[in-house]
Design a protein around this ligand. Structure first.
Ligand code: IDP
Ligand code: MG
Length: 138
């Protein structure tokens, strides 16, 4: 048993399509507590920091362009094994392989427009929560 906090982003495609509320509802229904929520347009500098682990990848430029292309909804979620459980709810990175019932499996088909981000480890969660919620969580 481990109570954890994790960062979720409803990416610009999710906000544009008007499904942010449905995504928040899924996490709340699962039992996660909302500890922070912010609608914001990410700066390029923040995007480059957030996706720093991918900076050598060929798709890095597209990734930064996309995540800064419109508002995102940043969520801080808390609950049992939140980091892994949220990743399971998101589904595979490539939505073509995401199982129906997962967020990506229900709402997405394209790798570059896969609706959600979720922290992938304790270290990432700590770093990403500090980046998007610099004033701390409730
Ligand atoms: P994750 O979002 O499931 O954690 P990561 O490997 O961390 O996946 O990649 C970050 C984001 O970069 C993905 O959500 C996806 O939108 C995009 N991405 C990952 N791999 C590729 C690729 O090979 N081509 C284009 N975009 C990619
Ligand atoms: Mg990732």
């Amino acid at each position: 048993m481990a109570n954890e906090r994790t960062l979720v982003l409803v990416k610009p495609d999710g906000v544009r399509r008007g499904i942010s509320g449905e995504i928040v509802a899924r996490f709340e229904q699962r039992g996660f507590k909302l500890r922070g929520a912010r609608l914001l347009k990410i700066s390029r500098a923040t995007a480059q920091k957030h996706y720093g682990e991918h900076k050598e990848r060929p798709f890095f430029g597209e990734l930064v362009d996309f995540i800064t292309s419109g508002p995102v909804l940043a969520l801080a979620l808390e609950g049992e094994s939140a980091i892994a459980a949220v990743r399971t709810m998101m589904g595979a990175t490539n939505p073509v392989n995401a199982v129906p019932g997962t967020i990506r499996g229900d709402y997405a088909l394209l790798m570059g427009e896969n609706i959600v981000h979720g922290s992938d480890s304790k270290e990432s969660a700590k770093r990403e929560l500090a980046l998007f919620f610099p004033d701390g969580l409730v």
